[in-house]
Ligand binder design. Structure first.
Ligand SMILES: Nc1ncnc2c1ncn2[C@@H]1O[C@H](COP(=O)(O)OP(=O)(O)O)[C@@H](O)[C@H]1O
Ligand SMILES: [Mg+2]
Length: 368
């Protein structure tokens, strides 16, 4: 049966230090759900609580309707893959994968069938008789993955499984993990601190900071409509400006500190006149021109990247802004030292309270 994982007011303490305080979260059946956040924010702690390696010090964790707080590790029916491959060096690929099955009471033919099936799925059939020392890092990680899923666990847990691989292999393995997960449809909780990896692999992401969930959503939701300044700057780059809201004829305007003013229709209805705000603009959300309206700046650096041109621009107040221009759709490019004007794509930019804690865009909420 497909498994839902529910955290209800879960608390975790190490000694006197509370690292997770009354966290609630629902992970849906069959989804690839990622816990994303900086090192030390509590991702591994949550994962190890699901696995049963850490006690739950308050609240409950459930699989479907069953509370698992007191169920021992070996009865939870979980597959795990870690950063270090943790496969046995003296056993062949086949024996490593089979190892997980040996603890199960299954007919011999069924074990053989599952073994063949999983070796195929993770594409390591041709290495079945090799020892791990003669495999690449990516192949070793496929063996670890096969061993975790051959038992058909209820839940698959992966803690930074790609961080020991080189960049190119990481990208290949992202796709492999995604395809395998979809094929077997097992509820998967994936931990990473790499935002690009999280965006590429996940059905949904929980962005965490300091033991708290900041936002839960699809990769597009989280990138396009971050719930606060932390999410906007942790996922991709956001240029931040301070501004003030004013209202005229029932419309909202924002004036940036350098005086540039624009109308904006995406703000929440209960916004108040005179409110101080933080405006977040991604590099691709500027419209650059020589003469039109906009924030004034001077090009400091230009970096041609093929599909995009990346500019670093200095503003009169000394701060720097990063922007990118689509090579394909741009009429002309700008030179170093050139004075330019930066208009913003008003429907796309994000606006937060001045402390950065809350998005002020209609419909965007922090996770509660
Ligand atoms: N066994 C432990 N004893 C004491 N503190 C711990 C232990 N494990 C983790 N911590 C602390 O708990 C916090 C969360 O750690 P962790 O879950 O490993 O974060 P992440 O996986 O996001 O990097 C950190 O401040 C870390 O120092
Ligand atoms: Mg960790």
């Amino acid at each position: 049966m497909p498994t839902q994982i529910k955290f209800n007011d879960v608390t975790k303490k190490y000694g006197d230090t509370t690292v997770i305080d009354q966290l609630s979260l629902h992970i849906e059946e069959g989804e690839l759900f990622t816990l994303l956040g900086p090192s030390g924010c509590g991702k591994t702690t949550l994962l190890r609580m699901i696995a049963g390696f850490h006690s739950v010090d308050g609240g409950t964790i459930s699989f479907n309707e069953q509370v698992i707080n007191d169920i021992p590790v070996n009865k939870r029916d979980i597959g795990m893959v870690f950063q270090s491959y943790a496969i046995f060096p003296h056993m062949t690929v086949k024996d490593n994968v089979k190892y997980g099955l040996n603890a199960r009471k299954l007919p011999k033919e069924e074990k053989e069938r599952r073994l063949e099936e999983i070796l195929e799925t993770v594409q390591i059939s041709q290495y079945r008789d090799r020892l791990p020392a003669r495999l690449s890092g990516g192949q070793q990680q496929r063996v670890a993955l096969a061993r975790a899923i051959v038992i058909h666990p209820k839940v698959l847990l992966m803690d930074e499984p790609l961080s020991n691989l080189d960049a190119k292999l990481r990208v290949d393995m992202r796709r492999a993990i995604n395809e395998i997960q979809k094929e077997i449809g097992i509820t998967t909780v994936y931990v990473t601190h790499d935002q690009e990896e999280a965006l590429a692999i996940s059905d949904r992401i929980a962005v965490m900071n300091k033991g708290e969930i900041q936002q839960v959503g699809s990769p597009t939701d989280i990138y396009l409509r971050p719930a606060n300044q932390f999410v906007a700057t942790f996922i991709g780059h956001s240029n931040l400006f301070s501004g003030k809201v004013s209202q005229k004829d029932g419309k909202n305007l924002i004036t940036l500190s350098d005086g540039y003013r624009f109308e904006i229709s995406t703000l929440q209805r209960d916004i108040v006149d005179g409110m101080d705000v933080t405006v977040a603009v991604r590099p691709e959300e500027f419209i650059i021109s020589e003469t039109d309206k906009g924030i004034e700046g001077v090009v400091l650096l230009r970096n041609f990247l093929g599909k995009y041109i990346h500019y670093e621009v200095q503003l009169p107040n000394g701060s720097k802004v990063e922007l990118s221009q689509d090579t394909n759709t741009s009429k002309h490019f700008f030179e170093v030292n050139q004075s330019i004007k930066l208009d913003v794509m008003v429907d796309k930019i994000n606006v937060f309270t001045s402390d950065g804690e809350q998005s002020l865009i209609e419909g965007v909420k922090r996770y509660e």
